[in-house]
Ligand binder design. Structure first.
Ligand code: ZN
Length: 154
């Protein structure tokens, strides 16, 4: 995600938050600014709180958690809850579309994108007579370090 996409998400966030009748107070602005800079891939709420604090942020933990929920409800942030119930957040922006691997052993989350997978998802939706608004794919397993060669397109 480049600077222009970050700006676009920040502008959208500001507009939707104001449109929802929420005040753009210091804590909300802090969280929105932070996510525009660093929220491209899944971060735990407690990590977000810690990073904000390191950066001199003043929003308290309860405020940050509440704001993350608000932004999720407004469709600005995606929330992914893992099997142990830990919620992680990332911004929902067109330029940040990707999916996730979760390592069963370590819980590590790694982003990936795969054009072939996107085409397969769209084709599956079309076959089912379904128009997609969004989709999320989580692959769980174990990292082997071995990659297969990309299949050539037909
Ligand atoms: Zn991600």
């Amino acid at each position: 995600m480049d600077a222009a996409e970050q700006d676009a998400w920040r502008a959208l966030a500001t507009e939707r938050v104001a449109g929802a009748g929420l005040r753009l107070g210091a804590a909300r602005v802090e969280v929105i600014e932070f996510l525009a800079r660093e929220g491209q891939c899944l971060l735990g709420a407690s990590d977000i709180v810690a990073r904000l604090r390191e950066q001199g942020g003043r929003a308290g933990q309860a405020s940050v958690y509440r704001i993350l929920e608000e932004l999720t409800a407004l469709g600005l942030v995606r929330r992914l809850v893992d099997e142990s119930g830990i919620a992680r957040f990332e911004i929902a922006a067109p330029g940040s579309h990707h999916h996730h691997f979760i390592d069963d052993a370590t819980g590590e989350v790694a982003p990936f994108s795969d054009p072939e997978l996107e085409r397969a998802v769209e084709a599956a939706a079309a076959r089912a007579g379904f128009e997609l608004s969004s989709h999320e794919i989580v692959l769980r397993g174990r990292r082997t370090g071995t990659r297969s060669a990309a299949r050539s397109s037909r």
